[in-house]
Every structure is written in C-alpha cells, then in structure tokens.
Design a protein around this ligand. Sequence first.
Ligand code: UDP
Length: 239
Amino acid sequence: MKGELRYEGKAKKVFATDRPDEYVVEYKDDATAFNAQKRGTVAGKGAVNNAITAALYPRLEAAGVPTHFLERLSDREQRVRAVEIVPVEVVVRNVAAGSFSKRLGLTEGAPLARPVVEYYYKSDVLGDPLINDDTAVVMGWASEEDLATIRTLALRVRDFLTPFFEERGVQLVDFKLEFGKTPGGQIVLADEISPDTCRFWDARTGEKLDKDRFRRDLGGVEDAYQEMLRRVLGEPAGA
Ligand code: UDP
C-alpha cells in the first residue's frame, strides 16, 4: 500500500498510497538543528515521535481540532489524510525561551502574561524567517480567513496540551505546528507534535526533555525522548 516517495524532509518521509486522498508518513531517527547545519541521529526518535503524535492527535480531534491523522500503522509509520502543507510554521509560546528570549533579551523561563502566536515562513533556503499575517497573505501562502482559522486552532491546541502535560509533570514551554489544506479546502493540523517540535521542561526539576538536549549538546537525548513517551502514555497524576 506504500507507493512512491512524495517528499523527504529532515525527520520524515511521505509516501503516496493506493488512495489519492491518503499518505503514509514514515518517521526517521535523523535529527537536524540550526537550519540543518547540525546533523545527527537519535536512536529510537522516529518511533517515539510517531507514538506521541499518534497518542495526541485523536485527543486533539476530540477537543475540536481537525487533524490529518488517521491511524498508526507500525513503529515508524502512520496513515494520514493527503493535504497541501501551508508554508507557515506556527509557534505558540507559554513561556519565553529559544529564539524569542534571544530576540527580546528575555531570560529563558520568563513567564508570558498570555500565550503568544508567531508565524515563520517555512523555507530552508531563507532559514524560516519570522513573518506576520500580512506577509503571509500578500505572498499568497494563506488567506486571511485561513490564518484566522489557524490562529484559533493553534490556541485550541495550546489550551488542550498545556494542562495535558501539566498533569504529567511537564511544563509545555512552546511548540511549533504545521497546518495543511484538504482538497476540499479544510484547514487541518498536520505534521507532528513531539519532543522535536515542543519545549518540554520537567515541572519539578526544570530538566529539559526535548530537542534542546540535541541542539545544545546536553547529552541524554534518547532518554529524554523515551521519558516523554512514558509521560504521554502514562496516567495523569491527580492534578
Ligand atoms: N521549532 C520547530 N521547528 C523549527 C523551529 C522551531 O519545531 O524549525 C519549535 C522548537 O522546538 C520550539 C518552538 O518551535 O519548541 C520555538 O522555537 P524557537 O523559535 O525558540 O526556535 P529555536 O530556539 O528552537 O531556534
């Protein structure tokens, strides 16, 4: 049922299937950072990211966020709806960290009075520059209506995930989403939600349980990914 390779990204491959409206996504162990200037592999990462995404997307659907996810097929593969990816990466922040801290001179961990939604143009050549909604519209990447939907859905994802992780002893600092458009014109959450695309800090110790361990050479990358999978699959602690 897995057909020709349609697209190969840094961490995933997308295959056509015998159905024009479905793809198979294969998660790889390859890791990149700083616009692919840093490369490596994280053993077991593909399986962890596949499992975490497969656990979260049906819950997000139930919380009112339409997604491309259909079914986890194997350790590394999932079946998804075929969508055209909107070339705008959507970052939602609960707490200052990473590029936001750097750009604004804020300490990492500084709380934000309300969530911040940012847009970046998805372009390896340009290094994913920060944009605003006018830019996305004028460049034809998304309509004003699409962006309004995307913002609403991104905040809905945040409102679901923040307590979900809190109940599992994890502070959701920030995360990146990608949306796609179905042939029928519906905006749906696509891509993945995983330690590759979120900042997760242990709520008690502040320990980083995400890709920053790879980006910043902190060691214990594999263990952090496995720990996040355990937390996601585990029962919530009485919040
Ligand atoms: N992020 C991502 N892909 C990117 C850029 C960022 O998944 O190409 C995620 C990142 O893991 C973090 C959030 O988006 O959870 C915000 O990242 P930031 O803008 O702070 O960039 P960074 O400091 O990672 O370069």
